[in-house]
Design a protein around this ligand. Structure first.
Ligand code: DGP
Length: 111
């Protein structure tokens, strides 16, 4: 998708620190980390929001997030996964992504 920053990363890996890749998915470090560990998992295909994703894609995104989190040692103390959907939730990049954050305490409820 033209003008999509995550599609640009899919096409040019130099634009992000890649943590995981397969034929359909990519995980990379967030540019503005909100925790000591903060990465994103995306489908390579441009899908705008969680509302547009099928069951298999959603399962794979979460599964990859857990695998990478485990590899980073975040399974010891835990981590948070977040999917922002549209403006009220704070989605700023309209290419579906799962946030995985760890390495500190997180409060609840979220603001
Ligand atoms: P959200 O607000 O849920 O749409 O999160 C978008 C995230 O994407 C935000 O945490 C910052 C991150 N981000 C935005 N632009 C870039 C970029 O060019 N590279 C990387 N690695 N992350 C980006």
């Amino acid at each position: 998708m033209p003008n999509c920053i995550f599609c640009a990363i899919v096409n040019d890996h130099r634009q992000a620190k890649i943590l995981y890749e397969d034929t359909d998915y990519l995980a990379f470090e967030d540019l503005h980390p909100q925790a000591p560990a903060h990465f994103l998992v995306i489908p390579k295909r441009h899908i705008e929001t969680i509302l547009d994703a099928d069951k298999e894609t959603l399962g794979n995104l979460i599964h990859i997030g857990v695998r990478v989190a485990r590899k980073m040692g975040l399974d010891k103390n835990g981590f948070r996964t977040v999917i922002n959907c549209k403006r009220h939730a704070g989605q700023s990049v309209d290419h579906l992504h799962v946030h995985v954050m760890g390495g500190r305490w997180f409060s609840w409820p979220p603001g």
